[in-house]
Ligand binder design. Sequence first.
Ligand code: ARG
Ligand code: ZN
Length: 477
Amino acid sequence: MRKTVRATTPAVLACVAATLLTSIAAAAPAPGAPSAGDPYYPNAGNGGYDVAHYDIRLTYQPTTDVLSGTTTITATTTQELSRFNLDFGLRVSSVLVNNVAATFSANAAGDGELVVTPARPLAKGAPITVVVAYNDRPSTVKINGFTSWVKTADGALAVNEPEISSWWYPSNDHPTDKATFDVSVEVPDTVVALSNGNLVRTTKNRTGWTRWWWRSTQPQATYLTSLEIGKYEVNRQTTPEGKPFITAYGADLGDSLGAAKASIERTPEINEFLATQFGPYPFEAQGGVVTTAIGFALENQTRPVYGARGFIGGSNASLVAHENAHQWFGDSVAVGRWSDIWLNEGFATYAQYLWSEHVGEGTAAELAQYVYDSKPAADPFWQVLPGDPGADRQFDSAVYDRGAATVHALRTLVGDDKFFEILKTWQATRKGGTGRIEDFTALAERIAPGRPVRHLLKIWLYTAGKPTVGPNGPTVP
Ligand code: ARG
Ligand code: ZN
């Protein structure tokens, strides 16, 4: 190429230069990608910008399920943009980009893509402000054929994984684009509105309504941002280290209220223990919300949300240990791709083993061995690959239990000192960001040189069938 150009006459060179200039000018600006490129969820996330902060300002009327208001997004472009996508399913009334009305198409294909075309193209590396105004009944909105918003008798719940934000605020919905959040929701006085982080204040501007102001000051993934509206007993306490400790118990918990409280009120003690295993608790607040409206629990940042059924059989500190272990594994260090879910569920489940041993129940070694011994080789359990389970098996029991046995097998292989050094280094170096299984493997290899870490993880995470060597060794599989 260079040689050809050198041999060319000046007249031809000028012509080539002109053509190059034209093609560079024509190549930009371009539309931002409609996807973060995650193979499990092709519609999740977008390209072309990086969000710094969401300011969500809403009003919710439980009797009609009408959610209305605005979300203001501050972001920085990462390319010259002719248009860009947000992930959102509700009906939009207006979009402003840098205070100028933009044209938009909202969830036109039912895939939760809000396509925004600003009046003028956006420069690369520029700060932008996007204000989306909307008004809809979220329980009636389907995205990719389903709904995640839960309408209850006296309120609603926006709690789900991996997709929930598109039912209540527009976002770049992928863990690789974390941001800080202000969530402000006005509800009737008869109910409360809960979200993540600290309760900054409550205000009253009109009779019969209260506005709740929540703030998350540390990077937070979109799916970990939650909203719970309804009748709750709200308790504002402080952890021994002086952080807000806010708990909320649904008014309809009935017989399970006692067990739920006995479990969740131990959150600071449990986090103190987990900090000895993983490093300092990563966030500015702690807490928990219990509701009868969902049948699972989720590790919402600073304040997990628990389905009441977790406490129907009695107190369950183990569940509290699981969801709070996610504050480290999942929240502070989030998955880089959804196929990396073992980094969340394997370690949160292993944290339950550590807690069990800590309180004098089964040891981690015993619990990991039980997973191995209780499932015969022919059990379909062993066919799910924790390292790449597929989108439809992301929360399969194998990701949790084989995943936790994998963590113990790694511990057996490298020994306790190096094992906990790996966990603490992983947390310290990736706090507030993301990680992939490959990154974790490389770190473990670096801290335990000469040990067959990669081989062990290949068998436990990526090979169908029951490993021939159990989680307690002999150490080399
Ligand atoms: N991460 C959650 C846990 O702690 C699981 C959420 C599963 N999602 C759902 N919609 N059931 O285990
Ligand atoms: Zn979990």
